[in-house]
Design a protein around this ligand. Structure first.
Ligand code: ADP
Ligand code: MG
Length: 262
């Protein structure tokens, strides 16, 4: 068996990519799935939920540019079934190196290959751009989840982003399919909050039935290093990520069955 790979992607920042990557990975691990959270963003927000910045010595660039073994780079976490491949500023350098290296967009996939048999699922967090890091993450992935902040609705931007994904798939740059749109930071008491969810559900794209509520406590959870399912985490926030992860597991089980038939 080889891991299924999920990429959290959006060309925008501040839409909940890292929060969703971290909480999805934690919920999958709690459900018993052997999970590797791979941080492909030099900002390292996802990594720092589990590893102190000062403790991060290696990242994907160490594997790709310096030949460090992936086993050396991967870190265990306080949670059973959850490991992290952290990021650091060096990934910003890797982003430019991948542009000029032969087969640059395949380097991340090649770097991850040795451990694909060790996990049920890899969750990849990406930065707010379409750099070679993001492209490399998409090349490594089977599934794409696009988090959308329900505080602003950019139909045009989203449509263009999805078209860019479709074009890359048509050009066989990558194969990853859209698993679904995820509405984050939803405040159902505001007009925009309701409109975004409604527009998302009316769109031709697959979406998750679960939406993530906007909660002030989400910021506190980051400061305290807490994730969905931990005691003391805001219940609506925690429960929404648990429900979202349940939906992801159902979709991945279906995808796995499909793959067996092929
Ligand atoms: N459900 C939520 N409610 C309130 N704030 C949130 C929620 N999800 C994320 N945030 C906050 O919004 C900011 C952006 O989220 P983040 O996950 O870092 O986005 P991205 O990775 O797309 O840049 C962070 O400060 C985060 O703590
Ligand atoms: Mg982020």
């Amino acid at each position: 068996m080889t891991a299924q790979v999920i990429c959290l992607a959006n060309f925008k920042g501040g839409v909940g990519k890292s929060t969703s990557a971290v909480n999805l990975a934690a919920c999958l691990a709690r459900a018993g799935w052997k999970t590797l959270l791979v941080d492909c963003d030099p900002q390292a927000n996802a990594s720092e939920m589990f590893v102190k910045e000062s403790d991060i010595a290696y990242d994907l660039r160490s594997i790709i540019a310096d030949g460090v073994s992936i086993e050396t780079v991967i870190r265990t976490t306080r949670m059973a079934n959850l490991d992290v491949l952290p990021a650091s500023f060096d990934l910003a350098i890797l982003a430019t190196e991948l542009v000029v290296s032969a087969n640059g967009v395949h380097r991340i996939e090649r770097a991850l290959r040795p451990v694909m048999g060790d996990y049920d699922v890899l969750v990849l967090d990406t930065g707010p751009n379409l750099s070679h890091l993001t492209l490399g993450a998409l090349v490594s992935s089977d599934h794409i989840i696009i988090p959308l902040s329900a505080t602003v609705w950019s139909t045009t931007g989203l449509r263009k982003f999805i078209r860019w994904l479709d074009e890359n798939r048509a050009e066989e740059i990558f194969e990853a399919e859209l698993l679904g749109l995820l509405a984050t930071m939803v405040n159902s008491r505001t007009r925009i909050g309701r409109d975004v969810v409604e527009d998302m559900n009316r769109s031709p794209y697959p979406s998750f039935a679960t939406t993530i509520p906007k909660r002030i406590a989400a910021e506190d959870a980051v400061v305290e290093g807490l994730v969905a399912g931990d005691p003391g985490v805001d219940q609506p926030f925690s429960n929404s990520y648990i429900a979202f992860a349940d939906e992801v597991m159902v979709k991945l089980r279906h995808a796995r069955k499909g793959a067996h038939r092929a």
